[in-house]
Ligand binder design. Structure first.
Ligand SMILES: CCCCCCCCCCCCCCCCCCCCCC(=O)SCCNC(=O)CCNC(=O)[C@H](O)C(C)(C)COP(=O)(O)OP(=O)(O)OC[C@H]1O[C@@H](n2cnc3c(N)ncnc32)[C@H](O)[C@@H]1OP(=O)(O)O
Ligand SMILES: Cc1cc2nc3c(=O)[nH]c(=O)nc-3n(C[C@H](O)[C@H](O)[C@H](O)COP(=O)(O)OP(=O)(O)OC[C@H]3O[C@@H](n4cnc5c(N)ncnc54)[C@H](O)[C@@H]3O)c2cc1C
Length: 664
């Protein structure tokens, strides 16, 4: 049967080269080709089927994930895939698994905090998956407060070993992914105790399970922590609980790049800053920002395509009804999310560059950019995951009732995504880290210290503290200099106000605590400025292809001006713009929505997602929604029989009783 493209009329309207945009989205032609090849490989292999996840029991679901992970690894080895290809393959398999923690945290923790000898021994095994590792930091009693962890690693000079112990219930490791049922090893974080003295939290490699029969080693109690939010979703992961009862490990299993314990039990701190113990988190936070653009773009792709298919009201003379994407309210909710997906993509690219830069410097023992890398990764992780989780839920609502069906793909996407606001650092806790960095920076203003990187704008504090915007027409709001100045002035003024108020408190810590809600807002303003400025940088760089720049400029304007609209109170109360200028911004925003409207479907096509990856009937490429929704309903196990299980036990007696009552 000939396939009909129900969205062809939308695609024909596009005013830019979609194929060229696919390359901009992917980052380069090479990245596009790898991504395209891997997505097709996964989509065409029935072993990676995922449409039944919501109906499987936890045990079936988990076993299915084990099968897929093993099969994925087999394909990676058979096809000699590079690291880049393998990680794309994993991405398109689209199912959280223990392998994420093995490759995403266990390996990076050893790489970042281990010595050359430790790399030699452990990475060799880990790269071949001859051991499987996880990252066991969080405990039942402490997650955010890493310094509060209670697990102990006590040095025993007699045997040259550490004794790993969980002294309390709250010291049980709790949450690590891959720990519950699969990992053979873990990097665990514990307090280093030597001769009764506590040297704080350090990382140790500990074997948890036998490599022969997978049973926990003596002294180790281990299991899964139970069902999590949503059907399918993150329940493919075995988040675990772990207790140690005086478990001994050799001294050389402490990760010793940052500090060492000698044979004599002497604690030696190297020149490397202690904060490198937190280095794995910096790495993962950076990857989470790119993941945010993937998750948001996926939800937006579904909502845009479906909004173009769905029609409600407005039929005249028997003509077709209005496509819901033509309602201005739909556009004002949907297009800022489309713009955010692009914005997060570009800031994610930049953050990856920043991370690689700081890593190179660290290798050369140059640590000066570490605080900024920490602030940027923490802040952008917080900003993008909050916006993405909220955005996925908004996309579900944008799809009306059908968005609530699992076959829309959106409920599972939300359930699997929303813990990103908590893991790898609670989003509020991370904003307060950014705020500390900002307060330090503000305190250095006027000291003559050169500010660089993302705080360089504060160098112009004298101007930014008193300037008023020169915007005179709606068109002015498209000029990068006007947008940047408004965002810079708002961020700086919020930060300076916080600093002034803190200085009135009895002491800085008390002041910081009292002001923390305002500080979190100042941190958001600073992070939004980073995203806006990186979007502008991207457009000002080399972008080839018919109409691409115009579309990206429109999206950048929508991203910035919709934020301005959302946070209008801050822009007005800090005196960065006037009410008249706010009205002009709104006027511009409306015209940008109109500009994006004919291109909306093509702008989501540029994500190049296969129907397999999207996993959504509403987001199908061909827009053939209704027949497929109808077909899908009949596949539900509840429709296996016409009369449901339980009818004879529970429904029929009820009906009979009502009949009797009726006769009475
Ligand atoms: C299929 C086949 C496959 C094939 C292969 C294919 C490959 C597949 C690959 C797949 C890939 C998938 C990716 C992974 C998936 C992830 C999944 C999710 C997993 C989630 C994991 C987790 O969930 S894992 C636990 C994370 N748990 C936190 O996230 C705790 C937050 N809590 C803190 O992070 C600290 O506790 C907190 C608050 C800073 C206070 O720290 P604190 O108590 O020490 O107190 P302070 O605030 O005073 O900080 C003292 C000074 O340290 C500075 N500083 C602080 N942090 C710093 C830092 N990171 N770097 C530098 N500097 C830092 C600070 O700026 C201060 O500096 P200064 O003194 O100069 O001011
Ligand atoms: C799906 C999932 C997977 C995970 N995987 C892993 C893993 O692989 N390995 C691992 O080690 N951990 C893992 N974790 C744990 C995760 O890192 C922690 O849950 C996270 O760091 C938050 O810590 P918490 O649970 O202690 O939250 P809490 O700190 O208890 O947060 C509770 C509330 O208190 C607030 N709060 C806390 N401290 C402050 C403060 N100083 N100021 C203001 N407000 C504050 C928070 O904002 C939040 O609203 C995972 C968690 C989840 C949900």
């Amino acid at each position: 049967m000939e396939e009909v493209d129900h969205l062809a009329h939308e695609r024909n309207k596009a005013q830019f080269d979609v194929e060229a945009m696919k390359i901009v989205w992917a980052g380069s032609r090479h990245a596009f080709e790898v991504s395209d090849r891997m997505s097709r490989l996964v989509a065409s292999d029935p072993a990676f089927r995922k449409d039944n996840r919501a109906t499987l029991s936890r045990k079936e679901l988990f076993k299915n994930t084990l099968r897929k992970a093993a099969y994925a690894w087999k394909r990676i080895v058979e096809l000699h895939l590079s690291e880049e290809e393998a990680s794309k393959l994993r991405f398109f398999v689209d199912e959280p698994a223990y392998t994420d923690l093995h490759w995403g945290m266990f390996v990076p923790a050893i790489k970042g905090q281990g010595t050359d000898e430790q790399h030699q021994k452990w990475l060799t095994l880990a790269y071949k998956m001859q051991i499987i590792g996880c990252y066991a930091q969080t405990e039942l009693g402490h997650g955010s407060n890493v310094q509060g962890l209670e697990t102990t690693a006590t040095f025993d000079p007699k045997s040259d070993e550490f004794i790993i112990h969980s002294p309390t219930l709250t010291s049980s490791k709790w949450w690590p992914g891959g720990l519950g049922k699969v990992s053979t090893h873990a990097v665990i974080y514990a307090r280093l105790i030597i001769d009764g003295r506590d040297h704080g939290v350090h990382g140790f490699i500990v074997q948890l399970r036998s490599l022969d029969d997978h049973l926990p080693l003596p002294g180790i109690t281990i299991g899964d922590i139970g069902m999590k939010f949503g059907n399918g979703a993150y329940n493919t992961m075995d988040n675990g609980v772990l207790q140690f009862n005086h478990v001994r490990i050799p001294r050389n299993q402490m990760l010793m790049r940052v500090s060492q314990v000698t044979r004599e039990g002497k604690y030696v701190q190297s020149d490397v800053p202690r904060q490198l113990v937190y280095g794995t988190m910096v790495y993962v936070r950076q990857t989470i920002v790119s993941d945010a653009s993937s998750a948001l773009s996926r939800a937006v792709c579904v909502a845009v395509r479906y909004s173009a298919v769905r029609r409600q009201f407005g039929s005249q003379d028997g003509g077709p009804e209005t496509q819901v994407i033509d309602y201005k309210t739909q556009q004002s909710r949907l297009f800022p999310l489309l713009a955010s997906a692009y914005a997060f993509r570009f800031v994610g690219e930049w953050l990856k560059w920043l991370y690689m830069d700081v890593t190179k410097r660290l290798q050369a023992n140059e640590f000066s950019t570490l605080p900024e890398a920490h602030a940027c990764t923490a802040g952008l992780k917080s900003l993008t995951t909050t916006a993405t989780a909220d955005g996925i839920e908004e996309c579900r609502k944008l799809c009306g009732g059908h968005g609530y069906l699992c076959s829309s793909g959106l409920p599972e996407l939300f359930a699997v995504y929303v813990p990103a606001c908590t893991y790898e650092g609670d989003n509020t806790v991370l904003l307060l880290q950014v705020a500390r960095f900002l307060m330090k920076t503000v305190s250095q203003l006027g000291s003559g210290k050169q500010l660089v990187g993302t705080t360089a704008y504060m160098q112009r504090a004298e101007h930014l503290m008193q300037c008023t915007s020169d915007v005179r027409s709606a068109e002015d709001w498209l000029k990068p200099s006007f947008i940047l100045e408004a965002f810079e002035a708002r961020a700086l003024r919020l930060a300076v106000t916080c600093a002034k108020n803190i200085s009135k408190a009895p002491n800085p810590e008390e002041g910081f605590s009292q002001l923390s809600p305002d500080l979190a807002e100042a941190a958001v303003a600073h992070c939004q400025l980073i995203v806006v400025s990186k979007f502008i940088d991207k457009i000002q760089g080399d972008i080839d292809g018919m109409g691409l720049k115009e579309q990206l400029q429109a999206l950048c304007g929508i991203y910035a001006l919709s934020l301005l609209h959302k946070h209008l109170g801050e822009f007005l109360s800090t005196g960065c713009i006037t009410p008249k200028q706010a009205a002009l911004a709104n006027e511009k925003l409306r015209s940008l929505y109109a500009k994006v409207r004919p291109n909306a479907v093509a702008l989501v096509d540029a994500f190049n997602y296969t129907d397999h990856f999207l996993g959504s009937i509403l987001g199908r490429y061909d827009g053939n929604v209704y027949p497929k929704l109808y077909e899908e309903a009949w596949k539900d196990p509840l429709n296996d029989s016409v009369v449901p299980d339980g009818y004879h036990e529970y429904v029929r007696p009820l009906l009979k009783q009502q009949l009797r009552t009726a006769k009475l």
